[in-house]
Ligand binder design. Structure first.
Ligand code: ARG
Length: 411
């Protein structure tokens, strides 16, 4: 009888190399490797095919999903304004559902009965992968070696690899757990586990130290059409190129570093360092444009929705009815979020210098300090009287109570 097939989310690193062998040993699966190119960077994809086959996979798919990731996941996230716990631009979290979706697609294509991944049992990523798979094909079995085997550390993995003659990637001591894609890079673990300790200067990859950034500010403009960015400095760019270009510019000015102690879904707090250069510019510019074009109530309500949207991305709840419903709301709000934000970048900071939009609700004729025809200042009196009535009623009551107390004390 033919072996059952499993599709493994494969990076070519030590962990997933060991997993290929372990799946054969423990489950007797035929292993199909899937590497999703999410923009993890030069070198990461080189020689993967050969490596996967040598390690024991029967086949490898290398799928470039950058465009889908940016267009269908990252840009909707930007439109929603989602930021987790005030700081994290969700770079790892947003890529997991689309990788999960690819795992399911390949599994269906090759007739696999299971998927496997190398996420650990303590993190958010296992949840995100598996929620995606459950939502899209609940019949697939899920194998998560880190939750099953008795390898406990990187050293255990190296020993396992030596024992089974698995070609291990020649990388030096791995000081951090790193996840990189087109939107961000994250660092956790190692010396970073001490939240009192500042990260080493040479850890960063996508941004320079703001101290070393150019001494001259740089002007930059980003244009949006219905909340979706489409041009940088007046030049139209495809989604992937646009993000890459903004990464380059922001990185040069040391923009987009975050150091965060965050609440994981599984209950513990963890410390992470993130670099999201282009994303930081995009979310900043998008918010500026919304402040310029949205009416007050929609803008305020959207801020509430953004919190929920961020939580859902972080928790891996992308393929859910609620996330889709929130998305419909967000899309409806973006009809007028069209225009350009001009800014200046300087040593880790960005400053808005100008806004342009045909849809702005900013009306100088109304707000002006000069004489105007449109706004009758007398109206403000009635507004204050009515809107302030509850305060006044309460104030009267308090006043009466105080009077009574005074009388009592006197007598
Ligand atoms: N803490 C972040 C998150 O949960 C980053 C996770 C990084 N993942 C990794 N496998 N290194 O989204």
């Amino acid at each position: 009888m033919a072996k059952e097939k499993v599709v493994l989310a494969y990076s070519g690193g030590l962990d997933t190399s060991v997993i290929v062998r372990w799946l054969q040993e423990e489950y007797d699966y035929e292993i199909i490797a899937l590497t999703a190119d999410v923009g993890q960077g030069e070198g990461e994809l080189e020689g993967l095919e050969e490596k996967a086959i040598r390690t024991g996979a029967s086949q490898i798919f290398i799928e470039d999903i950058k465009e889908e990731l940016v267009r269908d996941y990252i840009f909707p996230m930007v439109r929603s304004g989602a930021v987790y716990e005030g700081k994290y631009l969700l770079g790892t979290a947003i890529a997991r559902p689309v990788i999960g979706k690819k795992l399911v697609e390949i599994a269906e294509k090759v007739g696999a009965t299971a998927i496997a991944h190398g996420a650990t049992g303590k993190g958010n990523d296992q949840v995100r992968f598996e929620f995606a798979v459950k939502a899209l094909n609940p019949y697939l079995k899920i194998v998560a070696p880190w939750r099953e085997w008795n390898l406990r550390s990187r050293t255990d993995c190296i020993n396992y690899a030596c024992q089974y003659n698995i070609p291990i990637p020649v990388t030096a001591e791995k000081p951090y757990s790193i996840d990189r894609n087109i939107w961000h890079i994250s660092f956790e673990g190692g010396v970073l586990e001490d939240p009192a300790r500042e990260p080493d200067r040479d850890m960063f990859r996508l941004t320079c130290d703001p101290q070393d950034a150019p001494d001259e500010p740089e002007a930059l403009s980003i244009s949006f059409e219905q909340g979706t960015p489409y041009a940088v400095n007046g030049k139209k760019l495809e989604p992937v190129t646009l993000v890459e270009e903004l990464n380059r510019i922001a990185g040069k000015h040391g923009i987009g570093r975050v150091d965060l102690v965050e609440n994981r879904l599984l209950g513990m707090k963890s410390r992470g360092i993130y670099e999201t250069p282009g994303g930081t510019l995009l979310s900043f510019a998008h918010r500026e444009l919304e402040q310029y074009t949205l009416d007050r109530e929609t803008y305020h309500y959207k801020e509430v929705i953004a919190l929920k949207y961020a939580e859902m991305i972080y928790y891996g709840l992308w393929f859910t009815p609620l996330r889709e419903a929130l998305d419909s709301f967000v899309t409806a709000t973006q009809k007028t979020v069209t225009g350009t934000i001009n800014m200046k970048l300087y040593k880790g900071n960005m400053f808005v210098t100008g806004r342009e939009s045909e849809h702005t609700l900013y009306n100088p004729e109304i707000v002006t300090f000069e004489a105007d025809e449109l706004f009758n200042q007398k109206d403000a009196e009635g507004f204050i009287n009515l809107y302030g009535l509850p305060l006044k009623v309460k104030g009267l009551m308090d006043w009466q109570k105080k009077q009574i107390l005074r009388e009592v004390k006197k007598s």
